[in-house]
Ligand binder design. Structure first.
Ligand code: BV8
Ligand code: ZN
Length: 294
């Protein structure tokens, strides 16, 4: 009779020490301690704003003003947020010198994140700068390419006309969105911003309507081929802060288990698929991850 996932920290640490190709699969729970709302919890984005009905190409085509106000509110939240201890623990696996310290046999590490807030990348920047300034290691080999943002980036924009993609951290991204985040938060009737006042492309002779640089439902996530190869090779998948309900991300840990790899889940409460996990550590990941993994 399956005994269910182990909660043994010691045994998990042994597995980490012997693993060679490690992946972290992250979801909104990773950024919860940074004040970024998740999708399904209590005041979650999905529930409060039927986010699932906003994160689609059809919703944008039908009501770009409403969709932009949803993303403007999320941009402002992410801008004001700081990486938390869980982001920093994962960032330590993206620096060769610290990865070797935590996982002495590691040949590769990849963070596959569903989050679009950019906090994992910011955590790696912060850690790299700290390690370099403290001269703890002779040199610091940061691996930004080990972070795969499979659902895109909140602060990227894509032009609907010329397809130009660029990072845009302006706050607000256009004058008409100024202050609407408060309206969205209060779920009051949001203004209907005319198309001409929504974010527009600044490429020469374009002026096309911009959209947020994220992957919506029914759109193809980024780097799928690369992710599939990495998942196939992984002997340890650490799943952090995800309800494992959105595919194809939700299937990766299962694939690792399928080919004999180990799966460890760090979550606040039980989630789809953690019954097949080898290890389950319940609690806020900003506490459990640094305590167990570092
Ligand atoms: C696609 C960006 C075609 C935008 C997002 C099978 C195969 C392929 C596709 C599908 C399939 N079945 C269904 C589909 C279609 C669909 C899908 O999965 N639908 C669901 C609803 C069933 N998938 C798609 O459309 C994808 N594209 O299919 O392309 C294709 C075909 C074949 C092969 C490949 C592709 C595109 C999906 C991307 C949608 N974009 N985000 C934006 O952010 O606005 S999804 C978005 O929602 C997130 O990125 C994330 O992926 C998902 C939210 O999930 P979580 O991150 O898990 O967050 P959630 O709130 O649900 O859970 C938080 C968890 O953390 C909870 O468990 C909670 O307990 C825990 N937690 C909370 N606090 C803490 C904590 N844990 C620890 N510590 C804490 N403090
Ligand atoms: Zn353009």
């Amino acid at each position: 009779m399956a005994t269910g996932p182990s909660t043994s920290i010691q045994a998990f640490r042994e597995v980490v020490k012997s693993s060679q190709n490690i992946i972290v699969i992250a979801g909104a729970g990773l950024s919860a301690a940074s004040g970024i709302p998740t999708f399904r919890d209590g005041g979650g984005l999905w529930r409060k704003y039927e986010a699932k009905n906003l994160a689609t190409p059809r919703a944008f085509a039908k009501d770009p003003s409403r969709v932009w106000q949803f993303y403007h509110m999320r941009r402002e939240k992410a801008r004001g947020a700081e990486p938390n201890a869980a982001h920093m623990t994962i960032a330590a696996l993206s620096v060769k010198e610290t990865l070797r310290y935590i996982c002495p046999n590691a040949e590769s590490f990849t963070l596959i994140t569903q989050n679009v807030d950019g906090l994992s990348r910011r955590a790696l920047d912060q850690l790299t700068k700290t390690l370099a300034s403290k001269k703890i290691f002779e040199k610091v080999t940061s691996e930004p390419q080990s972070i795969i943002e499979m659902h895109g980036r909140l602060f990227d924009t894509i032009c609907k006309r010329c397809r130009h993609r660029e990072a845009n951290y302006n706050s607000p991204i256009c004058a008409a969105l100024e202050g609407t985040e408060v309206i969205v938060e209060r779920q009051e009737q949001e203004p209907d911003i005319p198309l001409s006042d929504l974010p527009r492309c600044t490429q020469p002779d374009c002026g096309g309507l911009l959209r947020p640089g994220v992957v919506w439902f029914e759109e193809i996530p980024h780097h799928l081929q690369e992710i599939d190869e990495i998942v196939q090779k992984a002997d340890l998948a650490i799943v952090v802060g995800t309800s494992s309900t959105v595919y194809p991300a939700a299937g990766y840990a299962f694939e690792v288990a399928e080919h004999g790899g180990t799966v460890a889940v760090f979550n606040l409460d039980r989630s789809d698929g953690d019954s097949e996990a080898d290890y389950l550590f319940l609690g806020p990941c900003a506490e459990t991850l640094p305590q167990i993994l570092a």
